[in-house]
Design a protein around this ligand. Structure first.
Ligand SMILES: Cc1cc2nc3c(=O)[nH]c(=O)nc-3n(C[C@H](O)[C@H](O)[C@H](O)COP(=O)(O)OP(=O)(O)OC[C@H]3O[C@@H](n4cnc5c(N)ncnc54)[C@H](O)[C@@H]3O)c2cc1C
Length: 487
């Protein structure tokens, strides 16, 4: 027995040592600006960094960039895995250089442009400045006993970044976060301040809300909120084969459903929540929640040193440490819908596929994992949502879609092979894999344009609002490499 625990103990010790050194270097903000993205892969370096704290300063930033013929990139909290919010570097251009490519982008950091604008207590419409973080928004809503029906899992991102990248929550009774937006205020590339809603400037509303930061700066967002609520959450465990046969029932029977899958064992944890009048109970303490996250990361870190032990490690976590186990608790809405504990740094890719095709999509992904022989030490996630009307939202349309999230811890050298092939495999399956814009993918514009029925409308709007391709960076040049709306 001791001979079995010895390697495990050494693995944990190595992992914990590495983890604590990593934890110490996690502060990635310089005031209003992120210096690095969440996963610390991308740096937000720019010769000109602006931190507007008023509408006039946002307009001045846009006008300055236009007059100096510079590109402009907007960053919220830098909570994207992809380089979507990364400014172009300065490659030696001068102020007179007429080639926008050559002088680096102006970086506009929005986190200081934050706060409540108004709350309408009858309609529950809440207007905030776009740099307001989800954490600040929740605190505002708590003061008014209001809540969101949809939210992503972490508190740091700004509301502007969340909607611009098409973020979502979980649950087929709801849609994307953008679907809560009733009105936006946008500073367009020509420095105009435009208000848009389904009734007023609808093209701008449906184009620029999930606009990938490419159609202007969102400055104000009005959200539909509702009365605060508590959620009774129940976690159950099953095998992947059982999930496939009951998938539609499982993801539609509760208001919120999140599914975690461990690939090597086929273990599945279903976390379902419904509204309740009960008061919060059984909340894990922060220490308890963090403890398990640290233990899992210790194992993950160790597998970076010895990738061959990933399957055995994951079996140990599932079968011996029982990291997936049944439980019940009641939480306030914001606690239940978020991840409260420490999250180990990792890289993600995510594709939204039609609900009806999700079991086949998961099967195809796992077949690929077998074929390319990569070890997966991060739990994969599946969260479904109903459709919305935003042109570049990966939820666009009437069909409910499930967001299949794939993680990699370390193994940088294999990410392009794995995530890239997943996208292509799902394309070949006819599963219309719409990528999460803030995560890693390699689909081309030719492929993307077949997945988004309103792609052509978006491109036309981009040409109209931003004819000089000012709101463009290397990421957007890649996304629009065929239509050339970013040069
Ligand atoms: C640990 C973790 C958990 C996550 N969980 C979820 C989840 O549950 N669901 C989900 O869907 N996503 C999730 N994400 C992705 C995340 O929600 C998005 O990346 C979101 O865009 C981050 O917001 P941000 O403020 O950091 O935006 P940034 O990363 O700074 O920017 C993202 C995009 O928004 C644009 N942008 C930012 N502010 C503005 C503005 N004011 N006007 C116009 N454009 C703007 C940027 O130019 C860029 O195109 C997660 C990411 C991480 C790292």
């Amino acid at each position: 027995m001791a001979s079995c625990w010895l390697p495990v103990a050494s693995v944990v010790i190595v992992g914990l040592a590495a983890l604590f050194s990593g934890l110490l270097s996690r502060d990635r903000f310089d005031g209003c600006c992120p210096v690095l993205n969440w996963e610390q892969r991308h740096a937000f370096d720019s010769p000109v960094v602006l931190r507007p704290s008023s509408l006039a300063e946002v307009v001045a930033a846009v006008n300055m960039a236009r007059l100096q013929r510079k590109r402009l990139t907007i960053v919220g909290s830098g909570h994207s895995y992809s380089s979507i919010a990364v400014p172009n570097p300065d490659v030696g251009g001068t102020a007179d250089d007429m080639e926008m490519h050559n002088n680096g982008s102006v970086l506009v950091c929005m986190r200081c442009y934050s706060g409540l604008v108004r709350v309408d207590s009858d309609s529950h419409l809440v207007t905030v400045l776009a740099g307001t973080s989800l954490e600040q928004l929740i605190s505002i809503l708590d003061q008014h006993r209001l809540a969101l029906d949809v939210m992503p899992t972490v508190f740091e991102p700004t509301i502007g970044g969340i909607v611009a990248a098409g973020s979502h929550g979980c649950g087929t009774k709801h849609s994307s976060v953008a679907s809560l937006v009733r009105e936006i205020e946008l500073v367009t590339p020509d420095g105009e301040v435009v208000t848009a809603s389904p009734e007023k400037n609808p093209d701008i509303f449906y184009g620029a809300t999930v606009g990938l930061g490419s159609l202007g700066v969102l400055t104000k967002v009005t959200l539909q909120t509702g009365p605060a609520y508590n959620l009774a959450e129940r976690s159950s465990v099953m095998h992947l084969t059982e999930l496939a046969g009951n998938f539609e029932h499982i993801v539609t029977e509760s208001e919120y459903v999140k599914i975690l899958v461990e690939y090597h064992t086929g273990a599945v944890q279903i976390i379902s929540s419904n509204r309740t009048h009960e008061q919060p109970r059984n909340s894990p303490t922060r220490l308890e929640a963090d403890f398990w996250a640290y233990v899992i990361e210790a194992f993950q870190f160790s597998t970076m040193l010895y990738p061959a032990i990933i399957p055995a490690t994951m079996r140990f976590l599932i079968h011996h440490l029982r990291v997936f186990s049944p439980s019940e608790r009641v939480e306030t809405w914001s606690k239940a819908l978020s991840i409260q504990q420490y999250i180990p740094l990792h890289l993600e890719s995510e594709f939204a596929v039609p609900l009806a095709q999700t079991p086949q999509a998961i099967e195809a992904v796992y077949k690929l994992v077998d074929e390319i022989g990569i070890g997966i030490s991060v739990f994969n996630e599946v969260r479904c949502a109903s459709g919305d009307k935003f042109w570049l939202s990966n939820g666009y349309g009437a069909t409910p879609r499930c967001h299949v999230t794939l993680g990699l811890y370390g193994q940088d050298n294999r990410k392009a092979e794995y995530f890239g092939q997943v996208g292509q495999r799902l394309m070949a399956l006819g599963a219309e894999p719409r990528p999460h814009w803030a995560k890693f993918y390699t689909l081309t514009e030719r492929q993307l344009s077949t997945l988004y029925p309103k792609w052509g409308d978006f491109v036309a709007l981009k040409r109209k609002l931003d004819p000089n391709a000012m709101f463009c960076n290397a990421y957007l040049q890649q996304v629009f490499s065929e239509s050339k709306v970013c040069g």
